[in-house]
Design a protein around this ligand. Structure first.
Ligand code: SAM
Length: 350
């Protein structure tokens, strides 16, 4: 998280490592979206002094003025990054007039707000949305329970991949869940009686998974630790649902979606055999979106499995049922989702 102080003592807060704005101008409900955009493009950060509905309206109107004009996936990601950078420039002050729920939402992400602080208004709206998700949870049918995602942690809003894991027959012994996120897959396995050691590289995910295990009464069965990929030792089952797309991590939920250079996937396959007991199984959940978008060569996954001394014991596949996959759209990611297939690869050592 990026923090720092302005000369007037206000704190700067950013979970996306956005640099502290240098040039700030107060704005309120009287500003037009076009004028606010002009300020942003000139490197000025508009500082909102109006009301909340007005702020949401302004951000929506600014967004509408930055439409996606088509192109491939790389162009689309550039467009998203640009949109996010421009909209992220609009700032709000957090101070002691905050409503209790907003104060609590901010405390969960930034820590206790002790004095006036400036944040990106768009980031703050994300923090408030995440607060509601964390409070209410998401019902996951494959688990038969609710999972409470924390801010910035990959949420199990897509149920199909959880179903694939819930429907597969696990070995009896202990399991590792590598890249556990909210802990949803660890919880599915624990409910089937397995002891699980879960890891994640992101401390927010570790805290979130621990919270979920406590809520589900699985704290005694699932241990969660921060680690780059595998914990030490071997297990009869190693589950991994890596980010599905090779690509740069820019912030927000990117770490759950993008795997820079495909590093997590290749390191998982490279080291899997060293973490399996004899006869153990590695379960890899992966979608074919990367192939559809031209981000991974067709056949590259099979070649990597083979090259790492592994073999496919079985595979089960499913199609996404979430509405975004079926809605017609010009956005290349959503268009690719229309034909997406998600597979649980069950791997063994050759
Ligand atoms: C697609 S999410 C899956 C989360 C969860 N297992 C699920 O199925 O909902 C991928 C997770 O891998 C984590 N991750 C990324 N790189 C990692 C690494 N090198 N070691 C451990 N975890 C990693 C991310 O923080 C994220 O929580």
């Amino acid at each position: 998280m990026n923090t720092g102080f302005f000369s007037d003592g206000r704190n700067w807060l950013s979970t996306r490592d956005q640099p502290r704005p240098q040039n700030i101008r107060d704005i309120d409900n009287r500003i037009s979206a076009a004028e606010a955009l002009r300020l942003c493009r000139d490197g000025i950060s508009p500082h909102w002094q109006g009301d909340w509905p007005g702020l949401r309206q302004l951000l929506r109107a600014m967004d509408r003025r930055m439409p996606w004009r088509g192109g491939d996936f790389a162009r689309w990601r550039q467009h998203q990054a640009w949109r996010s950078a421009v909209l992220g420039r609009v700032l709000v002050t957090l101070d002691d007039r905050l409503a209790p729920a907003v104060r609590e939402a901010c405390a969960q992400v930034y820590g206790e707000i002790t004095g006036p602080a400036l944040v990106s208004a768009r980031e703050l709206l994300g923090v408030l949305g995440a607060y509601e998700w964390r409070r209410q949870g998401i019902f996951v049918p494959g688990l038969g329970a609710r999972i409470h995602p924390h801010y910035g942690v990959f949420p199990p809003t897509r149920h199909e991949y959880v179903d694939l894991v819930a429907e597969a027959e696990p070995p009896d012994g202990p399991a590792f869940d590598v890249g556990t996120g909210t802990g949803v897959l660890a919880a599915v396995l624990a409910r089937r009686g397995l002891r699980v050691l879960a890891t994640d590289i992101d401390p927010r995910a570790v805290a979130c998974a621990r919270d979920n295990m406590q809520r589900l009464g699985l704290g005694g069965q699932v241990e969660v630790t921060q680690a780059d990929l595998f914990p030490a030792g071997r297990a009869d089952l190693v589950v991994c649902n890596p980010p599905w797309l090779p690509g740069r991590v820019r912030g927000g939920l990117d770490r759950g979606v993008f795997d820079p250079g495909g590093r997590m996937l290749s390191a998982f396959l490279d080291r899997l055999a060293r973490h399996l007991t004899p006869g153990g199984q590695g379960w890899l959940v992966l979608s074919d979106l990367a192939e559809t978008l031209g981000l991974r060569e067709p056949g590259a996954l099979a070649a990597a499995i083979e090259a790492n001394g592994l073999r496919v014991l079985g595979a089960t596949s499913t199609r996404p049922r979430h509405p975004r996959a079926t809605r017609a759209t010009a956005d290349p990611l959503r268009a690719a989702r229309a034909t997406e297939v998600i597979t649980l690869w069950r791997l063994g050592v050759r």
